[in-house]
Design a protein around this ligand. Structure first.
Ligand code: URA
Length: 308
């Protein structure tokens, strides 16, 4: 796969460029982040599992211990820097989300999924009635891709199109995501698997509540264990909250390598904007594209090299 050529040949017609903002001069794009410089100066190897070196364990930043997300299989990296406790995102009092009955995980399904093979997860999720979305969903939405995809993207929750088709990111935000991946030389289903924090569509696409994310946690945890990715991209605030327990602005979290320990393996993690947010704020598209180049660089050269 010659991913380098697609990077070098970007033009002002590039669909990922901000629609109204002026195009960044080529030299500017080459300056930051470190991944871009590396992408220009190194020949691109075919996507391969990152070779894990000592340098990879020297991230630019490390997440604190996830609180809501603390589970046996998915641990923060030992020695991760402590940070002030993040305030959970809460629905406004009186809102539809606040009034919905509390999600209660089904202990039997949680136990079942913990040891389930990849092929069984979707049928277990289909039986889940832990929250009110079980009454409103058309389809559960489990994953696009399978174990063997070295990069895993984590989104928030299915939207209308995904609910209708049962596949993540098939609507407008999915079309943009596909363009970004294509521009990075990454292919869904081969290089990239996609999963969501929630497996069902929240009514009117509202934000997932903490209890809903917690009720769905066992499914995502098992998916990550089985996918065993070499790099994870968190798309948007909800995925970042769920996996890193951080609530800062995404601008403050992107451009760094975070780490998660998944089934005893330390996995580099990159934060980026949600594709829906890029549709609303096209000026951020170029930054989002850089985040994916950064993740691709981690995949190709390892976290230590990508962090530069
Ligand atoms: N937004 C998400 O976060 N996930 C999807 O699958 C679709 C839209």
């Amino acid at each position: 796969m010659n991913v380098g050529a697609q990077w070098i040949l970007r033009t002002s017609e590039d669909p990922l460029l901000p629609e109204k903002a002026p195009q960044a001069p080529a030299h500017k794009a080459a300056q930051t982040p470190a991944a871009e410089a590396a992408a220009r100066t190194r020949p691109h190897a075919a996507l391969r599992p990152a070779v894990r070196t000592g340098a990879e364990t020297r991230p630019q930043a490390t997440p604190r211990a996830p609180q809501a997300a603390a589970r046996p299989s998915l641990k923060p990296v030992p020695g991760a820097a402590a940070a002030p406790a993040a305030a959970p995102l809460r629905p406004a009092a009186g809102s539809q989300a606040a009034q919905a009955p509390r999600a209660v995980p089904d202990a039997a399904l949680v136990a079942e999924v913990r040891t389930a093979p990849w092929e069984r997860i979707a049928s277990i999720v289909n039986r889940c009635r832990a929250c009110m979305m079980a009454d409103t969903r058309q389809h559960t939405v489990c994953a696009d891709g399978a174990p063997g995809c070295p990069m895993v993207l984590i989104g928030e929750a299915p939207g209308r199109d995904e609910d209708l088709q049962g596949i993540p990111f098939v609507g407008k935000s999915g079309a943009l995501l596909n363009k970004i991946l294509e521009a990075c030389g990454l292919q869904r289903g081969r290089d990239v698997a996609i999963v969501n924090v929630l497996k069902c569509r929240p009514p009117r696409n509202r934000d997932p509540r903490p209890d809903e994310a917690a009720a769905c946690a066992a499914f995502l945890d098992r998916q990550l264990e089985l996918l065993a990715p070499n790099v994870i991209v968190l798309m948007g605030r909800q995925a970042t909250l769920r996996m890193l327990n951080r609530t800062e602005r995404l601008d403050a979290l992107r451009g760094k390598i975070w780490k998660l320990s998944i089934a005893g393996r330390e996995v580099p993690v990159v934060v980026t904007y949600h594709p829906s947010s890029l549709l609303r704020n096209p000026v951020d598209k170029e930054k989002g594209w850089h985040d994916f180049l950064f993740a691709r660089d981690i995949l190709q050269h390892g976290a230590g090299a990508a962090a530069g």
